[in-house]
Design a protein around this ligand. Structure first.
Ligand code: DAT
Ligand code: MG
Length: 140
C-alpha cells in the first residue's frame, strides 16, 4: 500500500470538551502525520454541502445542526494506507459498536455526536481535502 492522504474532522462534541489534542495524539500514535490543520466554524450551507451524500437520510437536519454548533478542527492526515488506518483508529460510527482503544469508543457521546469524521475512500478523500484546503496549506 502506498502513502495516502485522508481528510479528518474533529467534531463539535470533541472540540467543546477540549479533546482536540488527545484525538490528534491518537492519529500520530497510529503513524499518521498531520500535514494540515485548522480550526473553523461551518456555516449551515457548508455543512449541508459537505454531508450532501446524506441529504435524504432522516438524521440529515440533526447532523448539519450539530456540525455547526461549535468550532471544528479540519485536518489532512498522511501515511501508509492512511484512509483505512484512520477509519480503524476512529472506530465504528456507533460508539456502542466501536472497538476498545478507538477514538469513538473512548470519546464519542452517541451515534450522532461521535467526535470524528474520516474519509471512506480515495475519491472522497480527494474531494473532502479540496473542499477545505488549498494545495499551499498541505505541508508534507
Ligand atoms: P461515518 O461518520 O462513520 O462515516 P456515515 O458516513 O454513515 O458514518 O454517517 C455520517 C455521520 O452521520 C455519522 O458520523 C453520524 C451521523 N449518523 C449516521 N448514522 C446516524 C444515525 N442512525 N442517527 C444519527 N446520526 C447518524
Ligand atoms: Mg462516512
Amino acid at each position: 500500500m502506498a502513502i495516502q492522504r485522508t481528510f479528518s474532522i474533529i467534531k463539535p462534541d470533541a472540540t467543546k470538551r477540549n479533546l482536540t489534542g488527545q484525538i490528534a495524539a491518537k492519529f500520530e500514535e497510529a503513524g499518521l502525520r498531520i500535514v494540515a490543520s485548522k480550526r473553523i466554524q461551518l456555516t449551515l450551507a457548508q455543512a449541508q454541502k459537505f454531508y450532501g451524500v446524506h441529504s435524504e437520510r432522516p438524521f440529515f437536519g440533526e447532523l448539519c445542526e450539530f456540525m455547526i454548533s461549535e468550532p471544528i478542527v479540519v485536518q489532512v492526515l498522511e501515511g501508509e494506507d492512511a484512509i483505512a488506518k484512520n477509519r480503524e483508529v476512529m472506530g465504528a460510527t456507533n460508539p456502542a459498536e466501536a472497538a476498545e482503544g478507538t477514538i469513538r469508543k473512548e470519546f464519542a457521546l452517541s451515534i450522532g455526536e461521535n467526535s470524528v469524521h474520516g474519509s471512506d475512500a480515495p475519491e472522497t478523500a480527494a474531494e473532502e481535502i479540496a473542499f477545505f484546503f488549498s494545495g499551499l496549506e498541505l505541508v508534507g
